[in-house]
Design a protein around this ligand. Structure first.
Ligand code: AMP
Ligand code: MG
Length: 304
C-alpha cells in the first residue's frame, strides 16, 4: 500500500484504548489521537479514509476522480461524491463566490508551495479566471475531519482530537469533562494568541496568510485568492478561525470570510446561525463573534 504515512508511534494502553499517529496526507502533516476500545482499528480506518479522500479529490494526482472530472471525462460519481460537490457549490453560492471551488487554474498559475511559484502576468490571471476546473483545497481538510468524526461514531471510540494540518476536529467529550481547548496561531509566529474552547464534536478551522506564501521583490503573496481580482485577498485580515459543527462548512467559510474582510464577514455571521468566528486583523487586533468561547487575550466582540 502506497502510504504517505509516517507512523511515529502507536501507543496502545492496556485493552488497546488509546492510539496516536502522525501521518501525511493532502500535502500536510496530520496528527491523530484517539481513545476508546476500538482506538487501534479506528486509527487505521481514519488513516485509510484520509488517504481515500486524497486519492479521490486531489486536483494534481493523475488518476483521481477530480482530475478525471477536470479533464472533461464522463465520470460517474458515487452518491457521496456528488453530494460533496453539490454542497461545495451551495457554499460558493452562500458566500457570494468568496469561496470559489473553481479556482484550480488560478491556484496553479500562482503555484504556491511549488518550485514554480511566481507572480503570474495579468493576462495569465485573466485566462486562469476564465477557467472553471475544480480545486477543493479550500474545503477538503474540513470535510475530511467531519467524515472522520462520522466514521468514529460507528466505532467504539470515546473521544478523539484530530489535527489535520492545523484544522482541528474534536470528537466526543474530554475524559475530565472540561472543554477542548484550541489555540489561535499568532500569524507572526510564537505563542498562541488565545484559546477557543469547544465542547463535544466540532471543527475549528483557520485560514491565514501565513500558512502558504512567497515573497518576490519585497512583496508578500499568500495563497488565499480573491476570485474577483485573481490576486491574494487584501482584506485587512491575517487570519480567520471558524468554529462549526460541520467541517466542510467550517473550512469553506474560513476561506470565504478571509476574502470578505472583517466588515462583510461580520455581516455574513450576523445573517448566519451555524458558526462562530475569530478574526485577526493586519494591525493585530482580535475580533470574536459573541458565541466564540475565546479566552487568554483581549478582543473586540462582534454582536448580532
Ligand atoms: P484555506 O487554507 O482553507 O483557506 O484554503 C486555501 C486553499 O484553497 C488554497 O491553497 C487554494 O488551493 C484554494 N483557494 C484559494 N483561494 C480560494 C477561494 N477564494 N475559494 C476557494 N478556494 C480557494
Ligand atoms: Mg478553508
Amino acid at each position: 500500500m502506497k502510504k504517505l504515512i509516517a507512523l511515529l508511534f502507536v501507543c496502545l494502553l492496556l485493552c488497546g484504548c488509546s492510539a496516536q499517529a502522525t501521518v501525511y496526507h493532502m500535502n500536510t502533516v496530520m496528527t491523530l489521537d484517539l481513545q476508546g476500545r476500538d482506538a487501534e482499528n479506528a486509527l487505521e480506518a481514519v488513516d485509510d479514509l484520509l488517504m481515500g479522500l486524497e486519492k479521490t479529490w486531489s486536483a494534481t494526482r493523475s488518476g483521481s476522480v477530480l482530475s478525471a472530472l477536470n479533464s472533461g471525462a464522463d465520470v460517474s460519481l458515487t452518491e457521496e461524491q456528488a453530494a460533496l460537490l453539490a454542497r461545495v457549490e451551495e457554499l460558493s453560492e452562500r458566500t457570494g463566490g468568496a469561496f470559489d471551488h473553481t479556482l484550480l487554474a488560478l491556484s496553479q498559475a500562482w503555484g504556491f508551495g511549488t518550485e514554480d511559484q511566481a507572480v503570474p502576468s495579468p493576462d495569465a490571471i485573466a485566462a486562469a479566471l476564465a477557467e472553471d476546473r475544480i480545486d477543493l483545497g479550500g474545503a477538503l481538510k474540513g470535510y475530511a475531519g467531519q467524515e472522520a468524526a462520522e466514521l468514529l461514531d460507528t466505532m467504539r471510540i470515546d473521544r478523539a482530537l484530530l489535527n489535520l494540518g492545523g484544522n482541528i476536529q474534536t470528537y466526543g467529550e474530554k475524559k475530565d469533562g472540561t472543554p477542548w481547548n484550541v489555540g489561535i496561531q499568532n500569524p507572526d509566529g510564537g505563542d498562541f494568541l488565545g484559546v477557543i474552547s469547544v465542547t463535544g464534536t466540532a471543527s475549528i478551522v483557520t485560514s491565514g496568510d501565513y500558512q502558504r506564501y512567497f515573497e518576490k521583490d519585497g512583496e508578500y503573496y499568500h495563497h488565499i485568492l480573491d476570485p474577483k481580482t485573481g490576486y491574494p485577498a487584501e482584506s485587512g485580515l491575517r487570519s480567520v478561525t471558524v468554529i462549526c459543527r460541520d467541517g466542510l462548512t467550517a473550512d469553506a467559510l474560513s476561506t470565504a470570510l478571509f476574502v470578505m474582510g472583517l466588515e462583510d464577514a461580520s455581516k455574513f455571521w450576523q445573517e448566519s446561525e451555524d458558526f462562530e468566528a475569530v478574526f485577526v486583523t493586519d494591525d493585530g487586533t482580535i475580533y470574536a463573534t459573541e458565541g466564540a468561547a475565546l479566552t487568554g487575550c483581549e478582543f473586540e466582540v462582534i454582536t448580532r
